[in-house]
Ligand binder design. Structure first.
Ligand SMILES: *Cc1c(COP(=O)(O)O)cnc(C)c1O
Length: 418
């Protein structure tokens, strides 16, 4: 291939100089430039829900692009955003009454943090500290990096990061330590918010914790007036088997971040939803209390039309039964893979399946990661391990045969590298 000027994300070009060119996609499959099909076992980095190029979403994009491409969203509005926001309300806790648009998961979390601090600032309360869960991931902007796990990813930027309070991860049998640490921090008068990925930390390697922990964390936040921010950028839109991961615990966050599956994976868009009182603390004839956040493409009409079409698919197609079917196949595979030598920690949560290859705890920079990536590439499976964690996070249209091929490949990889 001729020289490319492109610098790719999360890519060490010295180790991975060749990018695989993808020419088209349909359903759960990508087609590379040589005409070889590749099974998209991680939904193109967790975004694709119903499948690639879903006809109804493609049609909505096409139609909207010819009608209204873009318009400023301050002082102006449009039907695709209004329609999507109104209909989204039916799927989230009714305590969330306001919808703020942005363009990515990272920005949805930045907006959440600004909403939380703005809320207390305008109420004259000196609360500004944020509590997070160890190993968390909330994005790659400087603000969200501050709230995520620090390590090789963040080291060069450390001088720019703000301080947060970190809770130990509530792994099974160690839940009480997390709860106790939260209680101690939440009662401090300067604590503003708890920011978490509910039930599963995706980028940490699909680390799961029990819904009961989420229930207790929410109760502590409520007791001390600390805002609970649920980052459901990955877990939202059915990934964990329910529409939201919070739904497993019947927890109502004060602020909710959604992105990735919001357009079915077709276009970038995000929303941050909040309780009425957070909107109300900004509501004033004093212009200094305006929520000062925007991006050029806030609520882009084409992206909003794709999101509205995505909601129509949720309303009109048997999405939940597809999710249930994929979840059942993943759960069955857990029992099958649990006995495989070289695999540990085999687990599933809804449509997500994960396991570790080789002896535990080598971390993200594990030696075997590049080899594993090559292994799955050579089998035309898009499976991208996180350290030694291999996981599947497939589109909901995936079939039993397609998933079985992935499960077999994971077993083979464990045999070869475990
Ligand atoms: C992917 C992700 C983000 C960041 O979303 P981007 O769209 O990549 O900015 C934030 N939080 C969680 C939990 C994520 O999985």
């Amino acid at each position: 291939m001729t020289h490319s000027p492109i610098w790719h994300p999360f890519t060490q070009h010295a180790l991975f100089p060749r990018m695989r060119p993808i020419a088209s996609a349909k359903g759960a499959w990508l087609m590379d430039a040589d005409g070889t099909p590749v099974f998209d076992a991680i939904s193109s980095w967790w975004v694709t829900t119903h499948g690639h190029c879903h006809p109804a979403i493609v049609a909505a994009i096409r139609d909207q692009a010819g009608r209204l491409d873009q318009v400023i969203f301050a002082g102006y509005s449009h039907e695709p955003a209004e329609d999507f926001a109104r209909r989204l309300m039916a799927r989230v806790p009714d305590t969330l009454t306001r919808v703020f648009f942005s363009d990515s998961g990272s920005t949805s979390v930045e907006v959440a943090l600004k909403m939380a601090l703005g809320h207390f600032h305008h109420r004259g309360e000196a609360r500004h500290r944020v509590i997070v869960l160890q190993n968390g991931y909330h994005g790659d902007t400087v603000g969200t990096m501050s709230t995520g796990e620090t390590g090789a990813f963040t080291q060069p930027y450390e001088p720019l990061l703000f301080a947060v309070d970190r809770l130990p991860f509530p792994s099974e049998g160690h839940e009480q330590a997390t709860i106790d640490a939260l209680e101690a921090l939440a009662r401090r008068s300067d604590t503003a918010a708890l920011l978490i990925e509910p039930l599963v930390q995706g980028a940490a390697g699909m680390r799961c914790y029990r819904p009961e922990v989420l229930v207790e964390m929410a109760a502590i936040c409520a007791r001390y007036g600390v805002l609970l921010i649920a980052d459901e950028v990955m877990t939202g839109w059915g990934r964990t088997g329910r529409f939201l991961a919070c739904d497993h615990a019947e927890v109502r966050p004060d602020i909710l971040c959604l992105s990735k599956g919001i357009t079915g994976g077709h276009l970038p868009l995000a929303v941050t939803l909040c309780r009425e009182e957070i909107f109300q603390s900004h509501w004033s004839t004093d212009r200094r209390r305006t929520f000062f956040h925007s991006s050029s493409y806030t609520a882009n009409p084409i992206a909003c039309a794709a999101a509205a079409a995505n909601l129509s698919i949720w309303e009109d197609e048997p999405v939940q039964s597809r999710i249930d079917a994929v979840s059942a196949l993943q759960a069955e595979a857990v029992s099958r893979l649990a006995g495989v030598k070289g695999l540990t920690g085999v687990r599933s949560l809804g449509t997500i399946l994960a396991a570790e290859i080789g002896p535990p705890r080598e971390g993200y920079m594990a030696e075997i990661t590049p080899e594993l990536m090559g292994f799955f590439q050579s089998r035309n499976l898009l499976i991208r391990p996180i350290g030694q964690t291999v996981y599947l996070l497939p589109p909901y249209c995936s079939t039993g045969d397609e998933l079985a091929a992935c499960h077999d490949a994971i077993a083979e990889a464990a045999d070869a590298f475990g």
